[in-house]
Design a protein around this ligand. Structure first.
Ligand code: PRT
Ligand code: ZN
Length: 283
Protein backbone atom coordinates (compact mmCIF):
# COMPACT_ATOMS: atom_id res chain seq x y z
CA UNK A 1 0.00 0.00 0.00
CA UNK A 2 1.29 3.46 -0.94
CA UNK A 3 0.53 6.29 1.50
CA UNK A 4 -0.15 9.74 0.03
CA UNK A 5 -0.56 12.99 1.99
CA UNK A 6 -2.64 15.78 0.49
CA UNK A 7 -3.96 19.06 1.86
CA UNK A 8 -7.06 18.57 4.00
CA UNK A 9 -8.67 21.83 2.94
CA UNK A 10 -7.36 24.90 1.18
CA UNK A 11 -6.14 25.89 -2.24
CA UNK A 12 -4.49 22.60 -3.20
CA UNK A 13 -7.19 20.21 -1.97
CA UNK A 14 -9.57 20.17 -4.93
CA UNK A 15 -6.85 19.99 -7.59
CA UNK A 16 -5.12 17.15 -5.73
CA UNK A 17 -8.36 15.13 -5.60
CA UNK A 18 -9.11 15.98 -9.25
CA UNK A 19 -5.67 14.79 -10.36
CA UNK A 20 -6.22 11.45 -8.62
CA UNK A 21 -9.63 11.23 -10.27
CA UNK A 22 -8.13 11.94 -13.70
CA UNK A 23 -5.67 9.13 -12.95
CA UNK A 24 -8.65 6.81 -12.47
CA UNK A 25 -8.29 6.70 -8.68
CA UNK A 26 -11.54 7.15 -6.80
CA UNK A 27 -11.36 8.70 -3.35
CA UNK A 28 -14.23 8.93 -0.87
CA UNK A 29 -13.67 12.21 0.89
CA UNK A 30 -15.83 12.47 3.99
CA UNK A 31 -15.84 15.97 5.44
CA UNK A 32 -14.01 15.24 8.66
CA UNK A 33 -12.13 12.21 7.48
CA UNK A 34 -8.38 12.20 8.10
CA UNK A 35 -7.52 8.97 6.30
CA UNK A 36 -9.23 7.17 3.44
CA UNK A 37 -8.42 4.23 1.22
CA UNK A 38 -8.75 4.51 -2.56
CA UNK A 39 -11.31 2.19 -4.06
CA UNK A 40 -9.36 0.93 -7.05
CA UNK A 41 -5.64 1.51 -6.40
CA UNK A 42 -3.52 0.39 -3.42
CA UNK A 43 -3.39 3.93 -2.05
CA UNK A 44 -4.09 5.29 1.43
CA UNK A 45 -4.72 9.04 1.51
CA UNK A 46 -3.96 11.24 4.54
CA UNK A 47 -5.59 14.66 4.74
CA UNK A 48 -3.20 17.08 6.48
CA UNK A 49 -2.27 20.75 6.80
CA UNK A 50 0.06 21.53 3.91
CA UNK A 51 2.81 22.71 6.29
CA UNK A 52 2.96 19.26 7.92
CA UNK A 53 3.23 17.26 4.69
CA UNK A 54 7.05 17.51 4.19
CA UNK A 55 7.68 16.24 7.74
CA UNK A 56 5.29 13.28 7.32
CA UNK A 57 7.06 12.38 4.09
CA UNK A 58 10.55 12.79 5.58
CA UNK A 59 9.54 10.48 8.45
CA UNK A 60 8.08 7.97 5.99
CA UNK A 61 4.69 8.09 7.73
CA UNK A 62 3.44 9.15 4.31
CA UNK A 63 5.45 7.84 1.35
CA UNK A 64 4.50 10.65 -1.01
CA UNK A 65 2.73 14.01 -0.78
CA UNK A 66 1.25 16.78 -2.90
CA UNK A 67 2.35 20.21 -1.71
CA UNK A 68 3.55 23.62 -2.98
CA UNK A 69 7.25 24.07 -3.76
CA UNK A 70 7.13 27.12 -1.48
CA UNK A 71 6.39 24.82 1.47
CA UNK A 72 8.89 22.18 0.32
CA UNK A 73 11.76 24.69 0.16
CA UNK A 74 10.77 26.55 3.33
CA UNK A 75 10.56 23.36 5.40
CA UNK A 76 13.84 22.07 3.87
CA UNK A 77 13.21 18.45 4.86
CA UNK A 78 15.13 15.42 3.58
CA UNK A 79 12.75 14.54 0.77
CA UNK A 80 12.80 14.43 -3.03
CA UNK A 81 10.62 16.06 -5.68
CA UNK A 82 9.28 13.29 -7.95
CA UNK A 83 7.13 15.33 -10.35
CA UNK A 84 5.85 18.84 -11.04
CA UNK A 85 2.04 18.86 -10.92
CA UNK A 86 1.25 22.11 -12.72
CA UNK A 87 -1.46 23.44 -10.37
CA UNK A 88 -1.32 25.82 -7.36
CA UNK A 89 0.89 28.21 -9.30
CA UNK A 90 1.98 31.32 -7.43
CA UNK A 91 5.12 33.28 -6.59
CA UNK A 92 6.79 34.31 -3.38
CA UNK A 93 7.47 38.02 -3.75
CA UNK A 94 8.72 41.07 -1.93
CA UNK A 95 6.15 43.85 -1.73
CA UNK A 96 6.34 47.39 -0.34
CA UNK A 97 3.86 50.24 0.17
CA UNK A 98 2.74 51.49 -3.23
CA UNK A 99 4.25 54.95 -2.72
CA UNK A 100 7.62 53.67 -1.48
CA UNK A 101 10.60 53.85 -3.81
CA UNK A 102 12.21 50.55 -4.68
CA UNK A 103 15.12 50.30 -7.07
CA UNK A 104 16.60 46.89 -6.32
CA UNK A 105 17.09 44.51 -3.40
CA UNK A 106 19.58 46.91 -1.77
CA UNK A 107 16.58 49.12 -0.96
CA UNK A 108 15.77 46.53 1.71
CA UNK A 109 19.03 47.16 3.61
CA UNK A 110 18.32 47.65 7.32
CA UNK A 111 14.55 47.35 6.75
CA UNK A 112 12.09 45.12 8.56
CA UNK A 113 10.46 42.42 6.42
CA UNK A 114 7.38 40.52 7.60
CA UNK A 115 6.90 37.00 6.25
CA UNK A 116 5.64 33.47 6.88
CA UNK A 117 8.65 32.24 4.90
CA UNK A 118 11.64 33.19 7.07
CA UNK A 119 14.05 30.65 5.55
CA UNK A 120 13.34 31.56 1.92
CA UNK A 121 13.45 35.28 2.77
CA UNK A 122 16.76 34.84 4.59
CA UNK A 123 18.25 32.87 1.68
CA UNK A 124 17.11 35.55 -0.76
CA UNK A 125 18.69 38.36 1.30
CA UNK A 126 21.93 36.40 1.75
CA UNK A 127 22.19 35.79 -1.98
CA UNK A 128 21.81 39.53 -2.58
CA UNK A 129 24.30 40.26 0.22
CA UNK A 130 21.80 42.36 2.14
CA UNK A 131 21.27 42.62 5.87
CA UNK A 132 17.69 43.18 6.92
CA UNK A 133 15.51 42.18 9.82
CA UNK A 134 13.08 39.31 9.27
CA UNK A 135 9.89 39.40 11.30
CA UNK A 136 8.09 36.05 11.18
CA UNK A 137 4.29 36.12 11.32
CA UNK A 138 1.95 33.28 10.49
CA UNK A 139 -0.92 35.02 8.71
CA UNK A 140 -2.31 38.27 7.28
CA UNK A 141 1.21 39.29 6.32
CA UNK A 142 -0.11 41.88 3.89
CA UNK A 143 -1.41 43.97 6.82
CA UNK A 144 2.06 44.39 8.37
CA UNK A 145 3.26 47.54 6.52
CA UNK A 146 -0.04 49.37 7.02
CA UNK A 147 0.03 48.91 10.80
CA UNK A 148 3.69 49.83 11.14
CA UNK A 149 4.89 46.30 11.87
CA UNK A 150 7.25 46.12 8.91
CA UNK A 151 8.62 48.14 5.96
CA UNK A 152 8.11 45.34 3.45
CA UNK A 153 6.65 41.86 3.19
CA UNK A 154 7.66 38.62 1.52
CA UNK A 155 4.49 36.67 0.74
CA UNK A 156 2.71 34.51 -1.82
CA UNK A 157 1.02 36.28 -4.71
CA UNK A 158 -1.13 34.92 -7.51
CA UNK A 159 -3.45 37.55 -9.03
CA UNK A 160 -1.93 40.42 -7.02
CA UNK A 161 -5.33 41.69 -5.88
CA UNK A 162 -4.60 41.12 -2.16
CA UNK A 163 -1.51 43.33 -2.43
CA UNK A 164 -3.45 45.95 -4.37
CA UNK A 165 -6.28 46.02 -1.83
CA UNK A 166 -3.76 46.57 0.95
CA UNK A 167 -1.98 49.46 -0.77
CA UNK A 168 1.12 47.39 -1.61
CA UNK A 169 3.07 46.76 -4.81
CA UNK A 170 5.03 43.68 -5.82
CA UNK A 171 8.65 44.65 -6.46
CA UNK A 172 10.70 41.46 -6.65
CA UNK A 173 10.06 37.75 -7.16
CA UNK A 174 11.87 35.44 -4.76
CA UNK A 175 10.50 32.11 -5.99
CA UNK A 176 8.09 30.75 -8.62
CA UNK A 177 6.07 27.90 -7.17
CA UNK A 178 3.63 25.18 -8.17
CA UNK A 179 2.35 22.01 -6.54
CA UNK A 180 4.76 19.07 -6.70
CA UNK A 181 4.68 15.40 -5.81
CA UNK A 182 7.27 14.75 -3.13
CA UNK A 183 8.60 11.37 -2.10
CA UNK A 184 10.26 9.83 0.89
CA UNK A 185 13.89 8.80 0.47
CA UNK A 186 13.65 5.27 1.83
CA UNK A 187 10.88 3.69 -0.27
CA UNK A 188 11.01 -0.09 -0.67
CA UNK A 189 10.61 -1.93 -3.99
CA UNK A 190 6.88 -2.40 -3.65
CA UNK A 191 6.33 1.28 -2.79
CA UNK A 192 8.56 2.37 -5.69
CA UNK A 193 6.60 0.16 -8.06
CA UNK A 194 3.31 1.70 -6.94
CA UNK A 195 4.79 5.20 -7.18
CA UNK A 196 5.96 4.48 -10.73
CA UNK A 197 2.47 3.28 -11.67
CA UNK A 198 1.01 6.48 -10.25
CA UNK A 199 3.64 8.64 -11.99
CA UNK A 200 2.91 6.92 -15.30
CA UNK A 201 -0.74 7.95 -14.96
CA UNK A 202 0.04 11.49 -13.76
CA UNK A 203 2.34 12.06 -16.76
CA UNK A 204 -0.28 10.73 -19.18
CA UNK A 205 -2.92 13.04 -17.71
CA UNK A 206 -0.66 16.10 -17.68
CA UNK A 207 0.60 15.50 -21.20
CA UNK A 208 -2.95 15.12 -22.48
CA UNK A 209 -3.93 18.45 -20.89
CA UNK A 210 -1.08 20.17 -22.75
CA UNK A 211 -2.01 18.72 -26.13
CA UNK A 212 -4.96 18.75 -28.55
CA UNK A 213 -6.01 16.31 -31.25
CA UNK A 214 -6.34 18.06 -34.61
CA UNK A 215 -8.17 16.83 -37.74
CA UNK A 216 -8.18 18.78 -40.98
CA UNK A 217 -8.76 18.46 -44.71
CA UNK A 218 -5.87 19.28 -47.03
CA UNK A 219 -5.57 19.56 -50.79
CA UNK A 220 -3.00 16.96 -51.83
CA UNK A 221 -0.68 19.55 -53.36
CA UNK A 222 -0.37 21.22 -49.92
CA UNK A 223 0.12 17.94 -48.02
CA UNK A 224 3.88 18.13 -47.74
CA UNK A 225 3.84 21.64 -46.28
CA UNK A 226 1.01 20.74 -43.87
CA UNK A 227 2.71 17.53 -42.71
CA UNK A 228 5.87 19.54 -41.97
CA UNK A 229 3.82 21.79 -39.68
CA UNK A 230 2.38 18.79 -37.80
CA UNK A 231 4.94 16.49 -36.26
CA UNK A 232 2.31 14.45 -34.34
CA UNK A 233 3.33 11.74 -31.88
CA UNK A 234 5.30 9.87 -34.54
CA UNK A 235 4.09 11.45 -37.77
CA UNK A 236 0.60 12.56 -38.77
CA UNK A 237 -2.02 10.11 -40.06
CA UNK A 238 -3.01 10.87 -43.67
CA UNK A 239 -6.16 9.30 -45.14
CA UNK A 240 -7.71 9.91 -48.57
CA UNK A 241 -11.05 11.74 -48.66
CA UNK A 242 -13.91 10.47 -50.86
CA UNK A 243 -13.38 13.56 -53.02
CA UNK A 244 -10.27 12.98 -55.11
CA UNK A 245 -7.33 15.33 -54.67
CA UNK A 246 -8.02 15.79 -50.95
CA UNK A 247 -6.77 14.10 -47.77
CA UNK A 248 -7.72 14.07 -44.12
CA UNK A 249 -4.79 14.73 -41.78
CA UNK A 250 -4.85 13.77 -38.05
CA UNK A 251 -2.25 14.88 -35.55
CA UNK A 252 -1.48 16.17 -32.06
CA UNK A 253 -0.60 19.80 -31.29
CA UNK A 254 1.01 21.22 -28.20
CA UNK A 255 -0.92 23.94 -26.35
CA UNK A 256 2.10 26.31 -26.35
CA UNK A 257 2.33 26.52 -30.14
CA UNK A 258 -1.33 25.88 -30.84
CA UNK A 259 -2.57 29.16 -32.35
CA UNK A 260 0.59 29.80 -34.34
CA UNK A 261 0.32 26.35 -35.91
CA UNK A 262 -3.40 26.71 -36.66
CA UNK A 263 -2.73 30.02 -38.46
CA UNK A 264 0.12 28.47 -40.43
CA UNK A 265 -2.06 25.45 -41.35
CA UNK A 266 -4.84 27.72 -42.62
CA UNK A 267 -2.37 29.72 -44.66
CA UNK A 268 -1.02 26.50 -46.14
CA UNK A 269 -4.51 25.60 -47.42
CA UNK A 270 -5.96 23.43 -44.62
CA UNK A 271 -9.77 23.47 -44.34
CA UNK A 272 -12.37 22.15 -41.89
CA UNK A 273 -9.96 22.12 -38.96
CA UNK A 274 -11.38 20.28 -35.92
CA UNK A 275 -9.71 20.46 -32.50
CA UNK A 276 -10.52 17.84 -29.87
CA UNK A 277 -9.35 17.60 -26.23
CA UNK A 278 -7.32 14.51 -25.34
CA UNK A 279 -8.14 12.67 -22.13
CA UNK A 280 -4.97 10.60 -21.67
CA UNK A 281 -1.76 10.57 -23.69
CA UNK A 282 0.79 7.78 -23.48
CA UNK A 283 3.89 8.19 -25.60
O1 PRT B 1 -4.64 24.93 6.34
P1 PRT B 1 -3.35 24.78 5.57
O2 PRT B 1 -2.13 25.12 6.38
O3 PRT B 1 -3.27 23.45 4.89
O4 PRT B 1 -3.45 25.83 4.37
P2 PRT B 1 -2.80 27.28 4.19
O5 PRT B 1 -3.78 28.29 4.62
O6 PRT B 1 -1.42 27.34 4.77
O7 PRT B 1 -2.55 27.31 2.63
P3 PRT B 1 -3.51 27.71 1.42
O8 PRT B 1 -4.60 26.72 1.26
O9 PRT B 1 -3.85 29.16 1.45
O10 PRT B 1 -2.43 27.52 0.24
C1 PRT B 1 -1.89 26.29 -0.03
C2 PRT B 1 -0.86 26.43 -1.15
O11 PRT B 1 -1.48 26.98 -2.30
C3 PRT B 1 0.28 27.40 -0.89
O12 PRT B 1 1.30 26.85 -0.07
C4 PRT B 1 0.78 27.68 -2.29
O13 PRT B 1 1.64 26.64 -2.72
C5 PRT B 1 -0.51 27.61 -3.13
N1 PRT B 1 -1.02 28.93 -3.53
C6 PRT B 1 -1.28 29.32 -4.80
C7 PRT B 1 -1.33 29.98 -2.73
C8 PRT B 1 -1.77 31.02 -3.55
N2 PRT B 1 -1.74 30.57 -4.83
C9 PRT B 1 -2.19 32.26 -2.94
N3 PRT B 1 -2.57 33.20 -3.67
N4 PRT B 1 -1.29 30.12 -1.39
C10 PRT B 1 -1.68 31.27 -0.83
N5 PRT B 1 -2.14 32.35 -1.55
C11 PRT B 1 -2.57 33.53 -0.75
C12 PRT B 1 -1.46 34.51 -0.39
O14 PRT B 1 -0.82 34.11 0.78
C13 PRT B 1 -2.20 35.84 -0.22
O15 PRT B 1 -2.79 35.93 1.04
O16 PRT B 1 -3.52 34.30 -1.45
C14 PRT B 1 -3.31 35.69 -1.23
C15 PRT B 1 -2.85 36.35 -2.50
O17 PRT B 1 -3.64 35.99 -3.59
P4 PRT B 1 -3.89 37.03 -4.77
O18 PRT B 1 -4.58 36.27 -5.83
O19 PRT B 1 -4.72 38.13 -4.20
O20 PRT B 1 -2.53 37.53 -5.23
ZN1 ZN C 1 -0.46 25.97 5.65
Amino acid sequence: MLKLAIQKSGRLHDDSIQLLKDCGIAIKNGKNQLITIAENFPLEVYFLRDDDIPQYVEDGVAHIGMVGENVVFEKAKEIEIAEMLGFGKCRLSIAVAKNDDYTDASTLKGKKIATSYPLLTKQFLQKQNIEAEIHEISGSVELAPGIGLADAICDLVSSGSTLFMNGLKEVQTVLHSQAVLIKSKGLNDEQMQLLNRLLFRIRAVRKAKNNKYVLLNAPNEALEQIINLLPGMKSPTVLPLAESGWSSVHSVLNEDEFWEKIEALKNAGAQGILVIPIEKMIV
